[in-house]
Design a protein around this ligand. Structure first.
Ligand code: 13P
Length: 241
């Protein structure tokens, strides 16, 4: 069965003190969160331990923003599966466009990271999506299709979340129309072998547009950047109707 998964990607925001402050404002709102809805927070690595202790027994699941494919080794700046699971992590974002764009992630390394996440029992959230230029050139469908084909080689679709994040909609306030996001997500689903994979939309999700986004039949959740940093706005998103 497809699950609703609402995840906050904090990117490189929030110190540990700021994280504690966020939780004071956010946690009481979870009493209204409907059953069966997964709520995930993906903070910077330095906040994982503090969150894991504070969130123990709460509705929130912990996610990380990256994972290396080796268990350990001379890979400065990277983090491994056992390090994440020891910190209580259950989900991990893989292949975010900012990783692909600024840190030279390729479909080959995305594939290695996806398989590593699953090897350590984590659920990867695979991000795919096109640039404005690719969209304008009519390449959206072929680009996403190629990303899926390469990224998902030997990946188990029983333990996977996908996020459709059009790059031009990230951090721009320029949300993809809900119906168009629904159309692309339907295309993504048609390329999967498991129809029950949850597929999120990401890109300028906010309290003002979450209801329309979640009303779309193909959309199973949201991957939220900026609006997940503020307790009231993330609470409104998590508790959408
Ligand atoms: P914004 O919600 O800030 O547009 O970011 C989306 C995103 O990149 C989530 O991973």
């Amino acid at each position: 069965m497809r699950k609703i998964v609402i995840a906050g990607n904090w990117k490189m925001f929030k110190t540990q003190a700021e994280t504690q402050e966020f939780l004071r404002g956010f946690l009481p709102n979870l009493e209204e969160t409907p059953e069966g809805r997964e709520v995930v927070l993906c903070p910077p690595f330095t906040n994982l331990n503090v969150l894991s202790k504070t969130l123990h027994g709460s509705r929130i699941q912990l996610g990380a923003q990256n994972i290396h494919w080796e268990e350990n080794g001379a890979y400065t700046g990277e983090i491994s599966g056992p390090m994440l699971t020891e910190s209580g992590v259950r989900f991990v974002i893989v292949g975010h466009s900012e990783r692909r764009q600024y840190f030279c992630e390729t479909d080959a390394t995305v594939n290695l990271r996806l398989k590593a996440a699953q090897r350590y029992g984590l659920t990867p959230i695979l991000c795919v999506g096109e640039t404005k230029q690719q969209r304008d050139a009519g390449e959206t469908e072929s680009l996403i299709s190629t990303q899926l084909e390469k990224d998902l080689i030997d990946v188990n679709q029983d333990n996977l979340v996908i996020a459709y994040e059009p790059i031009w909609a990230i951090g721009t306030g320029d949300t993809c129309e809900a119906k168009e996001a629904n159309r692309v997500i339907g295309l993504i689903r048609s390329q999967l072998s498991n129809p029950n994979v949850s597929i999120q939309y990401g890109g300028s999700v906010k309290p003002e547009n979450i209801d329309e986004i979640m009303a779309q039949p193909e959309i199973d959740g949201a991957l939220v950047g900026g609006a997940s940093l503020e307790p009231a706005s993330f609470a409104r998103i998590v508790n959408h109707k």
